[in-house]
Design a protein around this ligand. Structure first.
Ligand SMILES: Cc1cc2nc3c(=O)[nH]c(=O)nc-3n(C[C@H](O)[C@H](O)[C@H](O)COP(=O)(O)OP(=O)(O)OC[C@H]3O[C@@H](n4cnc5c(N)ncnc54)[C@H](O)[C@@H]3O)c2cc1C
Length: 505
């Protein structure tokens, strides 16, 4: 019998599994697809307070999020790093400068900022940030927030949970959950074989993100559930629009905002949109109207317009927002709500509605308070001071860490040493093992993607398909060709079946 069964391998499910396993609970997590295949790999990838949420008086959320920026950066300095944001303004813009200044003052002062530099004002006529923009933008504020590789944050939480004893299953869908003899019996279908396993657990955590109501209705059999409001957000990725390492925060005439962010060395990420979404979250795709909206909004600022022809990739995710009855999608609360149900003292289920990547660690701590209430206390809160796998180097030590890897493996070119350090931190050395030359890394599947990395992802990070490797564990999908992706798929199939055969012998 497990203590805790977690449904969903997004950031919240994996964060909770890690925290619970680290406190000594026995944990089983089932993810129906790949880790981070839901909303958690489709975010804007910001560890941020959410300047915009101040307009909706979300002070609790903004403060908690601001406080998390440096905590998370220290826990995973390979995949999380500080970023400066340039917010241009001009007379007659959507918000007066004094209002933005008050927001940024709060931002600088309520969030426990220690390492991140404060806000400053820029003269865009002389600052390089002004160069790619239209000359009307002569002034800007520059402030701090953080960047995160969202999909890797999920997988590193899962890795840490497993290292601390949790069972993590992917392609494992929860198809039923019933209360029996004071505990849950959960039916978990292996989507590759069709086999259904029954797992017993004392408490159920429903971290199914946009599918949270679906799990309540279909697996648990509740009627009439309407807790979340599904709000689609889309992004476009275009060839690099500017060389500056800073990101832009653009205010649109409709009162919304979008970001333009340096992305994967050669690209610019632009997003996002907000629109209510009625369909299956896995099917969300950018619409023509969203593409037009993002191109037009960015072109209000960049002197060279962004056009649909510039787009190399798009992605869309669905926010599982707690339905607080707000009239517009952009106004619905971004805060999270945890609700426990245990009718007549029966086995509890705790549902998660809403939440941000930024707040996943605090959400997990709040969830653990609820779990303790039902199962009794085990360990203390521990994640604030702990590092995620590969993150055991100083927060400001990324360059030194990449140089160390390059010195240890002199045959790596600088770009590859930095890329591997960005993804795997100190665990890049596990991936490279005893390699003495490029040839020891095996065959390649497109620029820079070697067999050694693919094997590492299969052995340590639950990668099962080419998409898992190309779009979630890495973003090599942006650079490999269709032929290379097919060769990778073929290779992975062969490698996985030889592993299965070896295990069966
Ligand atoms: C466009 C957009 C931009 C965003 N930008 C940011 C940002 O910049 N910063 C930030 O902090 N947050 C951001 N967010 C919010 C953040 O991405 C989400 O709040 C977060 O990823 C939700 O994580 P989750 O674990 O709750 O859900 P998910 O990541 O969706 O995980 C739920 C998982 O449950 C699985 N599942 C569902 N049903 C079952 C079942 N029956 N059995 C097994 N598994 C199941 C799904 O496959 C899925 O993987 C953004 C969101 C969107 C959409």
């Amino acid at each position: 019998m497990r203590d805790v069964f977690v449904i969903g391998g997004g950031i919240n499910g994996c964060g909770i599994a890690r925290d619970a396993a680290g406190r000594g609970y026995s944990v089983y997590l089932a993810e129906m697809n790949d880790l981070a295949s839901g909303t958690s790999s489709f975010s804007t990838k910001l560890i941020h307070g959410g300047l915009r949420y101040l307009e909706y008086y979300e002070f609790r959320l903004v403060r908690e999020s601001l406080m998390e920026r440096e905590v998370l950066w220290r826990s995973a300095p390979h995949i999380i790093w500080p970023m400066r944001f340039v917010l241009p303004y001009h007379k007659g813009g959507p918000r007066p400068a004094w209002l933005v200044r008050i927001g940024l003052f709060l931002y600088d002062h309520i969030g426990g900022r220690r390492l991140l530099p404060p806000t400053r004002t820029l003269d865009m006529r002389s600052d390089p940030a002004g160069k790619p923009l239209k000359p009307i933008f002569t002034k800007a504020f520059e402030y701090s927030d953080g960047w995160v590789n969202d999909a890797r944050l999920v997988v590193l939480n899962a890795r840490d949970a497993a290292d601390r004893g949790a069972t993590i299953r992917t392609r494992a869908k929860v198809v039923s959950a019933r209360r029996e003899d004071g505990a849950w019996t959960v039916g978990v279908e292996d989507l590759r074989t069709g086999a259904v396993e029954q797992v017993r657990a004392r408490l159920l955590v429903n971290a199914a993100g946009p599918w949270v109501d679906h799990v309540l209705a279909e697996a648990i059999g509740q009627n009439d559930v309407h807790n979340v409001r599904l709000v689609q957000g889309s992004h476009i990725v275009v060839r690099k629009k500017f060389d500056d390492p800073r990101a832009y925060f653009f205010q649109n005439n409709d009162g919304r905002i979008i970001f333009a962010i340096p992305y994967e060395d050669d690209f610019t990420l632009i997003g996002t949109t907000d629109r209510d979404y009625p369909g299956d979250p896995h099917e969300a795709k950018i619409s023509d109207a969203e593409t037009r909206y993002l191109c037009e909004a960015a072109s209000e600022y960049f002197s060279v317009p962004v056009t649909p022809q510039d787009i190399v990739w798009t992605y869309s995710g669905v926010r599982p927002l707690y339905d607080d009855g707000a009239s517009k999608a952009q106004e619905a609360t971004r805060d999270y709500v945890l609700k426990a149900e245990h009718p007549d003292g029966e086995a509890p289920v705790i549902n998660i509605f809403g939440g941000k990547i930024t707040t996943y660690r605090r959400l997990s701590e709040h969830m653990l308070e609820k779990i303790e209430h039902f199962l009794g206390r085990k360990g203390k809160p521990w994640t604030a001071a702990a590092q995620l796998p590969g993150g055991d180097f100083p927060a400001t030590g990324f360059d030194a860490q990449a140089a160390k890897l390059k010195a240890q493996y002199p045959f790596l070119d600088v770009g590859l040493a930095r890329r591997l350090t960005r993804l795997y931190g100190t665990r890049a050395a596990t991936l490279l093992g005893l390699a003495k030359s490029q040839a020891d890394l095996g065959r390649t599947f497109g620029p820079d993607l070697y067999e050694a990395e693919v094997r590492y992802l299969i052995d340590h990070e639950w990668a099962l398909t080419a998409d898992d490797v190309l779009w979630r564990r890495t973003k090599r999908g942006l650079t490999v060709s269709a032929v290379e992706a097919a060769a990778l798929e073929e290779y992975m199939k062969g490698h996985l079946s030889s592993l299965q055969n070896a295990a069966a012998e």
